[in-house]
Design a protein around this ligand. Structure first.
Ligand SMILES: O=C[C@H](O)[C@H](O)COP(=O)(O)O
Ligand SMILES: C=C(OP(=O)(O)O)C(=O)O
Ligand SMILES: [Mn+2]
Length: 449
């Protein structure tokens, strides 16, 4: 991949536009030095892989595949360890296996991983016991610790973000291509879950069917090598544009720009202004793009986003990630889907059942109810069923660890349990067993569809 000065400028057109949610870096010279260094670093992904993901998402847009996108709300530098990465990947692969079988379609697996270090916030400051400090904006910007020093934005963190992403992606690639993620192994993990989970009996029938299907394939002589590797892609919110554009390169094969920090990037609910820098940036790169759509999104907004980001109406280029809230999805989603479908555009529709369902527990913990999450997904399936459109997938915040951040689930977490293992740096995540519960329950919905 070479960098050609003229085309590379296309990665900077955002600079003349208002960019929401950017840190107030105190030292602009230090930032410039960091950007220059990042520009010299090698790509984290190959542009051809981004094209491959776009093609896979094209199948989702056509109703021939399902997208599972998930991972942390905010990755943290001190959580870049083998166990955490493995557990997250394991959980996503287990969910993917269940959904693949139940839906009888390929499941495109995309992690919120290897780059999900930057957070948009609803308030610029945080106050504790009368002390007010700048809000935490993700490990790429400042520290989580509630001290004045930690909360100062430090551009050196952008380099740490790159290195943490590289280390994470390296292990993910090793696991997914080196045999760890063998489908038979993934199925064995699911069988363990079904055996040990209080709600597992409900899923026993499905797990048994998968078992039979695998035995059947085995008996037919399907090459076991086929099961050994799995395709897995990385994604994160393209929030800090200095970082994203420093990692935007001209692909030597095509002369087009790619953000090589991840296979897919998305634009968040707080930064999707049509005349803003984030949409401008996303419009210039060839990666598959996601956009979060909250409950105030109008059909006109959605159509204008399509014009900006998918002018060629290319299935797989654009994914709308709706995050309406369980109480609004049945009301807000139909008009969006109807008008977009009527326009002839073929976008991928996926459901983020997390961000519209957050509330603060009496203990002060930000949390979500598993039942609300499930209900939003149910509403999403109902709407698509009634319109005859494809419920393309889900986008969830999860971890492979046994944290206590969301309430409910088969192995029920109560509000009083939240303090036990509340480890997230930002939003509450489904823990391992809640994530698997969700996969089995979504699998049932997908089948009914
Ligand atoms: O992850 C998403 C956002 O950063 C988060 O929901 C914002 O949360 P806040 O309201 O705590 O800033
Ligand atoms: C910030 C996030 O979501 P949204 O933009 O939908 O609020 C997120 O996905 O963590
Ligand atoms: Mn979040």
């Amino acid at each position: 991949m070479t960098v050609n000065a003229e085309t590379h400028a296309g990665g900077h057109t955002w600079r003349s536009l208002p960019a929401a949610q950017q840190p107030d870096w105190p030292d602009s010279e230090a930032l410039r030095d960091v950007i220059a260094e990042l520009e010299s670093y090698p790509p984290l992904v190959f542009a051809g892989e981004c094209d491959q993901l776009r093609a896979r998402l094209g199948a989702v847009a056509r109703g021939e595949a399902f997208l599972l996108q998930g991972g942390d709300c905010a990755e943290a530098f001190d959580a870049v360890g083998a166990d955490q990465i493995r557990n997250k990947l394991k959980t996503l692969l287990q969910m993917g296996a269940v959904l693949t079988y139940a839906g009888s379609v390929p499941v495109v697996k995309v992690g919120r991983i290897a780059g999900q270090y930057s957070k948009p916030r609803s308030k610029p400051t945080e106050t504790r016991d009368g002390v007010t400090l700048p809000t935490y904006r993700g490990d790429s910007v400042n520290g989580f610790e509630f001290t004045p020093e930690a909360r100062i934005p430090d551009p050196e963190r952008l380099k740490r973000m790159y290195h943490a992403s590289a280390a994470t992606l390296n292990l993910v690639r090793a696991f997914t291509t080196g045999g760890y993620a063998d489908l038979r192994q993934v199925h064995a993990w699911n069988q363990d879950f079904v055996k040990s989970s209080p709600s597992g009996q409900r899923y026993e029938a499905l797990a048994r069917e998968i078992d039979r299907a695998l035995n059947f394939m085995n008996a037919c002589g399907v090459d076991p090598e086929e099961f050994k590797t799995v395709e897995f892609f990385s994604s994160h919110e393209a929030l800090i544009l200095d970082y994203e554009s420093a990692l935007t390169r001209t692909d030597s094969r095509t002369g087009r720009l790619y953000d090589v920090s991840a296979h897919m990037v998305w634009i968040g609910e707080r930064t999707r202004q049509l005349d803003g820098a984030h949409i401008e940036f996303a419009s210039r790169i060839r990666n598959p793009i996601g956009v979060k759509l909250g409950p105030t999104t109008t059909p006109e907004d959605a159509l204008a986003l399509i014009d900006r980001l998918d002018p060629d109406r290319e299935p797989g280029r654009l994914t709308f990630i709706t995050r309406m809230g369980a109480d609004k999805i049945r009301d807000r989603l139909p008009e969006l889907v109807e008008k977009v479908t009527a326009s002839g555009a073929r976008v991928v529709w996926i459901c983020d059942p997390m961000h519209g369902n957050t509330f603060e527990a009496a203990s002060g913990h930000k949390t979500r109810r598993f039942d609300d999450v499930l209900d939003e997904v149910k509403g999403f399936f109902e709407v698509h069923k009634s319109l005859g459109t494809h419920p393309g997938g889900i986008h969830v915040e999860l971890t492979g660890d046994d944290v206590t951040e969301c309430v409910g689930g088969g192995d029920e977490i109560f509000v009083d349990d939240l303090h036990q293992r509340y480890e997230t740096a930002c939003d509450p995540r489904l823990n391992r067993s809640q994530s698997l519960d969700l996969a089995f329950l979504v699998a049932e919905m997908y089948r009914d569809q």
